[in-house]
Ligand binder design. Structure first.
Ligand code: F6R
Length: 621
């Protein structure tokens, strides 16, 4: 979810790298850095702190500059003397290990300064690797998982390996997801590898580029080579050699992309929201990475190692995060731990007795004033607090006793999409980890296997969804009702919120059984009812009865279903869900509803990424 750029060629590497980082940065990253080499010279220093408080190592070899905060901080820091050279790497960071500081920013070096590395993803076995490196006498400067990579490379160089062998040897020791690019002192080439994290090459007229996203080099070339998992590549100014995991050379096709430079930050999508909906499989993989041990049915969340199994749980949140909290509360209860979700704004003014409850603040931004106030109210009553958030170092993360990060990457669209999905999955992991009765059982193993399969299933929904056609059929009606029962109730609420937020049309979400207690009076042939029906248990069958009630009043019905309850028979349109474990079906349904909202809003020409009157982070109560 971070941004990577690299360049080797005849041009000015610093200019090319900063241009690329600008394309990737758009908004929300927390630090940035570059490492530039002139391709020759001597081994330089070891990354000391420069006069401006940032980290730099300048010498004849690799010049590393990095700064916490927005990219402009880095640009300001190098204004008076930019690194010069024709080969370099750059990075914009979204923290997953360690707070956003100068030292934790990429690129990372080892001890000699002979190699600098940028990395996206998560190195799952970094603790074991770091321990071995420390035992071998190496010292670390940062809190990141990435820093093991330059140390491993340096170790191999010290053993006499050439740069390519050293790079491949280091990469072969890594487990997890990564896109890695390294630059070596005195070498006119970049060395890159990918596994479960995007990496592309750009073939330019005056050099080669490497990046996590095509827009990073679109200013220089539209000719692209897509790398596959397990491949490594040596990139020179006039060519690149790609090898597979066995070291055999792979011939790669060069593709020409025809993206509009205007849309670069959106990677070719018309809106950030659509891009973020499509990023959900990647975000989920990152959320789950290194946290699930399917074999023994356990979850590793070192962040909560000090948190005892709670007797009661309160979840406090707003908006979409509240809907994720509703799912989380239900999961805690299913695991035998009493739990309740509260609207944070209500909790803050009428705080219930907290006793020895664990109070969990669910907040994407970690800055929502209502949620912070609720957490403070809980803390003032002696409760232990835990933040489930996307932003490392956010107020919620800092103020709570503990924090679990959802690792969704920056979300630019005001409407929360991928962060909702990652919140639900993070809360599910938390339940498996904290609620005593949940861990290790057969049922737990099945749920964890379902989470493992979830990214692929979300991808399937994205690939096959008929949401655009449904949107076209029902745009411009009088109102929209979303219904769901049990685990699909929060999905109905979230579907309606997303819909009204970006379409500006009236929409309401209901527990399916509740519509007949009043709101049925509003149901007509001009008010489509979107019914989420999964599985074929009693809840599903009762929801089918509710669908018949609205159908009898002439309302068009759109069924979001895996087909097992037979609701399609009463529906005008169906949004199909793949066969999946019951615990993940609601998230698949939610993906369909995100797409429906998006396509209706797009059809109406709404300001999708910045809906009127709304802000991404609501910092007033
Ligand atoms: C809706 C949306 C909002 C937020 C709410 C809480 O799409 O994004 O409802 O969910 O403002 O924000 P966070 O999660 O940052 O606390």
């Amino acid at each position: 979810m971070c941004g990577i750029v690299g360049y080797v060629g005849d041009g000015d590497a610093t200019r090319v790298l900063l241009s690329g980082l600008n394309q990737l940065e758009y908004r929300g990253y927390d630090s940035a850095g570059i490492a530039v080499s002139d391709g020759g010279g001597e081994i330089c220093g070891d990354g000391g702190v420069d006069a401006n408080g940032g980290v730099s190592s300048d010498g004849a070899g690799i010049d590393v500059r990095k700064r916490a905060g927005e990219l402009e901080n880095l640009e300001a820091a190098i204004e008076s003397g930019a690194p010069t050279g024709s080969v370099g790497i750059g990075h914009t960071r979204w923290s997953t290990h360690g707070p956003p500081t100068d030292r934790n920013a990429h690129p990372h070096t080892g001890e000699t300064g002979a190699v600098a590395v940028v990395h996206n993803g998560i190195i799952e076995n970094y603790r074991a690797l770091k321990e071995a490196l420390v035992d071998a006498g190496r010292t670390f400067e940062s809190d990141t998982d990435t820093e093991v990579v330059p140390h491993l490379i340096e170790q191999a160089l010290a053993d006499g390996a050439d740069p390519e062998t050293a790079f491949r040897r280091a990469v072969s020791q890594l487990e997890g997801s990564y896109a890695i690019v390294a630059v070596f002192e005195g070498v006119d080439a970049l060395f890159a590898a990918r596994n479960d994290s995007p990496l592309v090459l750009g073939v330019g007229d005056d050099g080669y580029h490497v990046a996590s996203d095509v827009p990073a080099f679109l200013e220089f070339t539209e000719r692209v080579v897509y790398l596959e998992d397990g491949e490594t590549v040596v990139v020179r100014g006039d060519g690149a050699t790609v090898r597979d995991g066995d070291g055999d050379v792979v011939e790669k096709a060069v593709t020409t992309v025809d993206w509009d430079v205007e849309d670069t930050g959106k990677s070719g999508y018309d809106h950030y929201m659509l891009k973020e909906i499509h990023e959900q499989p990647t975000a989920l993989r990152q959320c789950l990475s290194g946290r699930v041990n399917e074999l023994d049915g356990t979850v590793e969340l070192p962040e909560v190692d000090g948190v005892p199994a709670p007797s009661t749980v309160h979840l406090v949140a707003c908006g979409t995060s509240y809907h994720a909290a509703l799912v989380g509360a239900a999961r805690f209860r299913e695991a035998g731990t009493p739990a309740q979700a509260f609207l944070a704004s209500e909790y803050a003014v009428r705080t219930p007795p907290v006793g020895d409850a664990l109070v969990i603040g669910v907040t994407q931004s970690g800055e929502t004033a209502d949620t912070l106030a609720a957490l403070r109210a809980a803390r003032s009553r002696g409760a232990r607090t835990l933040a489930v958030t996307n932003v490392v170092g956010s107020s919620a993360a800092r103020e709570c006793d503990d924090a679990v990060y959802i690792r969704a990457g920056p979300e630019i669209g005001v409407a929360a999409t991928k962060t909702f999905t990652s919140q639900v999955v993070s809360l599910s992991l938390l339940v498996e980890r904290l609620a005593g009765s949940a861990t290790g059982s057969e049922a737990s193993r099945e749920r964890l296997a379902a989470l493992r399969d979830l990214p692929g299933l979300v991808q399937q929904v994205l690939d096959e969804s008929a949401a655009a056609a449904v949107a076209e059929a029902y745009v411009g009606r009088d109102g929209y009702f979303f219904i769901g029962r049990g685990p699909n109730h929060p999905v109905a609420l979230e579907g309606a919120l997303k819909f009204k937020e970006i379409t500006y049309e009236h929409a309401e979400g209901f527990a399916a059984g509740e519509l007949k207690h009043g709101t049925l009076a509003l149901v007509t042939e001009r008010t489509p009812v979107i019914a989420v029906v999964t599985g074929d248990d009693a809840a599903a069958r009762k929801t089918v009865s509710n669908v018949k009630e609205v159908e009898a009043r002439g309302a068009p019905v759109i069924a979001v279903t895996d087909g097992r309850a037979g609701v399609a028979e009463y529906a005008d349109h169906t949004l199909a869900l793949p066969d999946a474990h019951p615990s993940v079906l609601p998230l698949l349904a939610n993906t369909q509803l995100q797409l429906v909202a998006y396509h209706v809003a797009n059809r109406l020409g709404r300001s999708i990424d910045k809906p009127r009157n709304l802000a991404k982070s609501v910092t007033v109560e």
